[in-house]
Design a protein around this ligand. Structure first.
Ligand SMILES: [Zn+2]
Length: 387
């Protein structure tokens, strides 16, 4: 995950947590302009902490009342960033958790280390989750039950998590197989999908609480001394929650704004006629307009950074370029979704990413179709696109 040379934070220490846990380098207060950090610039973004990151289950104070830890995620994603916000409620001082990790032993072990180490003696007030994906909501139910606290989540995202953890049928439904056939999967790949079964989501997610506290777009949520405005985005998930502290110039961005990798924007079986890439680009415009560009962005994967306008512009331009290239190719030949991989993706698409690549390719084709720039003809259940 490293960009290159290491930067080390040496800014003003303002430890929020009286604990013996390793928190070196000392806390960095983003509100201090005159700091001694070795910030790092890379591709138009500034990383104020360089590439320092806490270990799994280690507490690191970024700013006053704002802590960071990481939890492991298998595969190329490697980790998820978890944010720990100073909070208070009717029972007194405490901490709110934002995002929770996959429900697996390595995650729950890291949480236990954190509660025994960096957060020893601290009470948890609530658990907030940005969106329904398993690396975010996975351990939420386990944490809420263990800590006796409520889950705060956008209603649509909570419903998605509840629905997917409840849907544990063994066989993939016929519609899901038909969609892959439409995208151009051969029978061997469809058979492999059938054998993998259905309900994998539920295996990575602990039982989602049957009730939640809603995070609605535009709502102001008071957590400790900060007031966070809920901003939702679409395209990655239906109503992904970001939390913006406007005066504090911090945004908890989840998977909506990532510094290095691009977020997965795919057609989903739940909305086969939607236009997720259209929603994604509209969300980029929404965040571009709402943010000043001075915010410290706290992404779910990678390192905290400043330069959200540059990042959003790069993301939008990348999609628009690929859409243009796709349209040009479709003018000279008919293509199925699986025929577009080499045109859309710089990396080779092997079996491990074939499903995600298919979803993203379908989202790009669907965008062109909705814009009247491509048409789809179905023959023997397979979708052939042309422009
Ligand atoms: Zn996600």
């Amino acid at each position: 995950m490293s960009d290159g040379e290491a930067g080390v934070a040496t800014g003003a220490a303002e430890m929020a947590v009286p604990s013996p846990a390793p928190t070196s380098p000392p806390a960095y207060d983003v509100s201090l302009a005159d700091h001694g950090l070795e910030a790092k610039e890379f591709r138009g973004l500034t990383y104020p902490l360089g590439d320092h990151a806490p270990g799994y289950g280690e507490y690191f104070a970024i700013a006053s009342g704002l802590g960071w830890t990481r939890l492991p995620v298998p595969g190329s994603l490697d980790h998820i960033n978890i944010w720990l916000l100073d909070d208070h409620d009717a029972h007194g001082e405490g901490l709110a958790i934002v995002d929770t990790g996959l429900y697996m032993p390595a995650t729950t072990d890291a949480w236990k280390r954190l509660f025994a180490g960096g957060l020893a003696g601290r009470r948890i007030t609530r658990v907030l989750v940005t969106h329904f994906h398993p690396d975010h909501v996975g351990a939420a139910g386990w944490l809420c039950r263990k800590l006796g606290v409520r889950l705060w989540m956008n209603r649509t995202e909570w419903l998605m998590a509840r629905m997917l953890t409840s849907d544990v049928r063994a066989e993939p439904p016929a519609e899901a197989l038909a969609e892959m056939r439409h995208a151009g999967w051969d029978e061997a790949r469809i058979e492999a999908m059938r054998l993998r079964g259905w309900g994998n989501f539920a295996r990575m997610v602990s039982d989602v609480p049957i009730g939640h506290v809603r995070l609605d777009d535009g709502a102001d949520i008071s957590i400790g001394a900060r007031i966070w405005t809920v901003m939702t985005g679409g395209g990655h998930t239906p109503e992904h929650v970001c939390l913006l502290d406007k005066p504090g110039k911090v945004i908890i961005a989840g998977d909506q704004i990532l510094p290095r990798i691009t977020s997965n924007v795919s057609m989903m079986a739940s909305e086969p006629t939607a236009n997720p890439l259209g929603e994604w680009l509209a969300s980029i415009a929404k965040f571009r307009a709402a943010l000043t560009g001075e915010e410290l962005v706290l992404p779910a994967h990678g390192f905290p950074f400043i330069g959200v306008h540059a990042r959003l512009d790069t993301l939008a331009a990348g999609h628009l370029e690929r859409l243009d290239a796709l349209e040009a190719a479709l003018k000279s030949q008919e293509m199925r979704a699986v025929d577009t991989f080499s045109l859309l993706f710089s990396r080779a698409v092997d079996d491990s990413v074939y499903g995600i690549a298919t979803g993203e390719a379908r989202a790009h084709l669907r965008y062109l179709e909705c814009a009247g720039r491509a048409t789809c003809t179905e023959r023997d259940g397979v979708g052939w696109y042309s422009a």
